[in-house]
Every structure is written in C-alpha cells, then in structure tokens.
Design a protein around this ligand. Sequence first.
Ligand code: SAH
Length: 245
Amino acid sequence: MLKKRFAQHLLVGSRILQKLTCFAEIKPEEVVVEIGPGTGNLTKYLLKTPLKKLYLIEIDPEMIEHLKKIIKDERVVFIKADATKFDFPSLKESNLKLIGNLPYNVASLIIENTVFYKDFIPYAFYMVQKEVAERLINEKSWLSIFVKTFYEIEYLMSIPARFFIPPPKVVSAFIKLKRKDFKDIFDPKEYKNFLTKIFAQKRKMLKHKLSEFSLKEVGISGEKRVEELELKDFLSLYLSFQKLK
Ligand code: SAH
C-alpha cells in the first residue's frame, strides 16, 4: 500500500538507520522534527536518543494512523500536514532539529520551506537524491544561493538504492544544513524574489537586470552574468537593492 504520489520509499537496514541517527547528534532535551516518517523506520531510532520531544510531520493519513498504532511514546506528537508548507513557528519552539528521508518529488520545496523558517531551525539533516545534493553544493541556482546564504551544506554520505523499499531509480545522499551565524536582516521571501529575478535568463548580462547604481556601489561589472557571481556578491547586491527601495 505504498503510494507513488507521496514518493514513499522506505529506508531499511538497522545499520544505515543507526548511522543517519548518529549524524544528527541528538542531545538530551533537544526538540526534533521528522519529516515524512512513513512507517516509522527512522522514527524508532530517533526515539532511542535522549530527545525531549519528537514531532512527526506526515502528509499521508494512513501512515499517521499506522504510526499511532505502533508508536507509544509520550515524547511524540503526530501531525498530519504538508511539509512543503508547514508553519514551523506554530510549534512554539525556538530551536528545532529537522531530519527526514524526504519525498524526492518535493524535496526542493521542503528545503526552501526550511530556509523560510531559518530562525527556528538551526539544523536540518535530509536524505535527498544524490544529484539534488550535488547541485545544491556545487552549482549556482537561486535555490543553492538561497540555502547557502543562511546554511552551510555538508555532504555526509551516499546511500545506494538497495537500502530502500521499493528502491528508487537514483542514488541518494544524506546532507546536513547547519545555520550560519548571520546577522544581516533578510526577509527570506523578498530575498527569494530577488534571486529568482536575477537567475531568470541566465545568459543575460547583469546590467539588464540590476540598476547601474547597485552594480557600481558593489563594484561588479554589468557585463558579468549571474553565474560569475560569488556568494558574497549576491549578499551585497541584495543589500544595495534593499536600500534603493
Ligand atoms: N521516513 C520513512 C519514509 C520516507 S518516504 C523511511 O525512511 O522509511 C517519504 C515519506 O514522506 C512518506 O511517508 C510520504 O508519505 C511522506 N510525504 C510525502 N509528501 C509529503 C509532504 N508534502 N509532507 C510531509 N510528508 C510527505
């Protein structure tokens, strides 16, 4: 009864589940959120750690019913919700550690939503497609810059398809997002709009997308293209853009 539309690929194998849990270094009294717990394979390992509370966010009502039957632990809170839109501040917790074997069809949206709520989320550990992990780390896209502005991304390990039931068509990767100590005040929604705007039509020179004032102020040639910019350039351009508003 696994559902394709929810990208349900369950992780199996105690050693791998143990290893993923270890990476998260869950300390006593930490509040953890698992995204897409499914049948609870990873959940059982998370509950062996000294965490204070574990929120389970799962979209599939049948999975939630199943989880409620098999998990009897007072630290667990079951939430039937869509993690791509979940409002983390509604949990009324300030420091959340997120972990999940993500549904790959919406993994980027879940990562984006994590960044929107960065103020509440110092750490996230996500299983994603290896290719998605590599693109986030090595390529320049609005999403990779959006994530890297606020988080350091670490590639923890690759996981072959045979560790999943049913096996996905792709190799997977477990990544860690660690929030940076970042002081500038950014409205993530507005910053996202700014980034998507300058990443649209990648081949176009910056002078056609940004004001001459901003480019001069930041000292970047308008003849450059978006892919030639460094992370720090995006930050300075955005700050200058904000001033102009
Ligand atoms: N963590 C489990 C299952 C991973 S499969 C394991 O490792 O075995 C991905 C899970 O995410 C499925 O349970 C699926 O129902 C759930 N899911 C899919 N889309 C979701 C969404 N938008 N929000 C929350 N959960 C979702």
